[in-house]
Design a protein around this ligand. Structure first.
Ligand code: HEC
Length: 144
């Protein structure tokens, strides 16, 4: 009798271990095969082909190195690498576009699709750099 119950417990332990191992295995596989994971190359290409032209079209009239409205120069971001080197303005850019504040109402507006592309790209890049928005912006910029 004693040995049977010990055996029962043992097989429960094996079953449990198997489940955990399979679970971990599936977790790892699903992470590896996520097709949507933006790679550095994707982000670089998207910036050059899509994002930079959108910024140039809708933002650089005012946010060029020369005009620099709101102390924001977006012209210096010639490539995704430039963005990686200076993430600071990007959370604000996401906020302003999402809130519909930028570009200013009287100026040509990006389509909903274009806004989504801009915001999604900036989010992906920030996520890829593994720095949450609040870590870059800091808790408060009340003095600005
Ligand atoms: C017609 C000129 C104009 C255009 C076009 C424009 N902006 Fe601005 N932007 C301003 C001015 C002026 C300010 C500062 C005053 C304010 O916040 O309203 C500003 C401020 C900002 C700020 C806030 C900076 C900060 O951290 O306080 C962000 C972010 C921004 N703009 C992003 C954009 C983006 C992105 C685009 C293009 C999609 C854009 N702007 C297009 C004039 C413009």
């Amino acid at each position: 009798m004693k040995s049977r119950s010990a055996g029962g417990r043992f097989s429960i332990a094996i079953t449990f271990t198997c489940c955990v191992v399979i679970g971990i295995d599936q977790f790892l596989t699903s992470r590896q095969t996520r097709a949507t994971e933006p790679t550095q190359t994707n982000l670089d290409e998207q910036y050059t082909k899509i994002i930079h032209p959108l910024v140039a079209k809708y933002c650089l009239d005012c946010h060029s190195t020369k005009a620099k409205k709101g102390h924001l120069d977006l012209e210096r971001f010639k490539s995704a690498s430039d963005v990686r080197r200076d993430l600071e303005p990007w959370p604000a850019l996401i906020e302003q576009i999402e809130a519909g504040e930028m570009p200013p109402k009287e100026k040509p507006q990006p389509s909903t699709g274009e806004k989504t592309q801009l915001v999604a790209w900036a989010r992906d890049l920030l996520a890829a750099e593994a720095k949450p928005v609040w870590a870059i912006r800091g808790p408060c910029r009340c003095g600005d």
